[in-house]
Design a protein around this ligand. Structure first.
Ligand SMILES: Nc1ncnc2c1ncn2[C@@H]1O[C@H](COP(=O)(O)OP(=O)(O)OP(=O)(O)O)[C@@H](O)[C@H]1O
Ligand SMILES: [Mg+2]
Length: 228
């Protein structure tokens, strides 16, 4: 099976080599959990390996994302040049419309050969629907469209609770090929960041809850360590 290496330190080991190619993963997390940074690094690492990526941002402008990522990851020095060379494109569509997102993806696959895509966030799209049923139908259609494209994607979803034990299942849990959860775990006097691979169709993977850090060099997932 072909795999797409996330390039995120420690994560590919947990995934037994990477995300199965062509699959579509949801990245869950509460506010500030690190979703945008995680997705950015996924595209950045791919772009460095010659796999162009497209970041579809439905919330922040591309300028804001670049600015934030430069300050979060000061050691990822190629950000500006990768963006300039179109190996890492960040787009904010005018409308919150899955059809527009799909068209954008199709266009960039044809014109730019993108291999990795990020959609940040599904929650923004969900909010644009009057009813849950409409959102479900459109999400199903969108995913079947995605499956016909030669691209591996990560879509962020705002978790309905930052607490692991209060996590409820959403529609995205069932339709996506993989689920990665980012947590901000409450400890007495601090919060600890932790990650788990909740599901990943088509591959064995670690099921451990492991600590991670956002460092100037990128994410660091501490495989084999416990969350204290
Ligand atoms: N240089 C840095 N070093 C360590 N942590 C940082 C650094 N820069 C940002 N952070 C942390 O990363 C968090 C933001 O991450 P990010 O924007 O990726 O989260 P998010 O899940 O996308 O948030 P949101 O729900 O607001 O979209 C900040 O709240 C901050 O705690
Ligand atoms: Mg974000």
């Amino acid at each position: 099976m072909d795999r797409v290496k996330t390039g995120i330190a420690g994560l590919d080991e947990m995934l037994n080599g990477g995300i199965p190619a062509g699959r579509h993963v949801a990245l869950y997390g509460g506010p500030g959990a690190g979703k945008t940074s995680f997705c950015f690094e996924f595209l950045y690492r791919g772009a460095l390996e010659g796999e162009p990526g497209l970041y579809i941002s439905l919330e922040e402008t591309s300028e804001d994302i670049i600015e934030n990522m430069k300050s979060t990851f000061p050691m990822l020095k190629d950000t500006a040049s990768l963006v300039e060379e179109n190996k890492l494109e960040i787009v904010k569509p005018d409308k919150l419309d899955l059809e527009e997102v799909a068209n954008l993806l199709e266009d960039r696959i044809t014109s730019n050969g993108i291999k990795r895509a990020v959609i940040d966030s599904a929650t923004m799209i969900r909010m644009s629907f009057a009813t849950e049923i409409e959102y479900r139908q459109t999400l199903f259609e969108f995913l079947s469209l995605l499956r016909n494209l030669d691209v591996t994607s990560i879509t962020t979803v705002e978790a309905n609770s930052a607490r692991r034990e209060e996590m409820k299942f959403d529609i995205e849990h069932f339709v996506m090929d993989g689920i990665i959860n980012l947590y901000n775990i409450d400890r007495e006097d601090r919060r600890v960041r932790a990650l788990e691979i909740f599901k990943m169709r088509g591959t064995d993977h670690s099921r451990d809850l492991v600590p991670f850090k956002v460092t100037p060099q990128g994410f660091k997932v501490y495989v084999g360590e416990k969350v204290f």
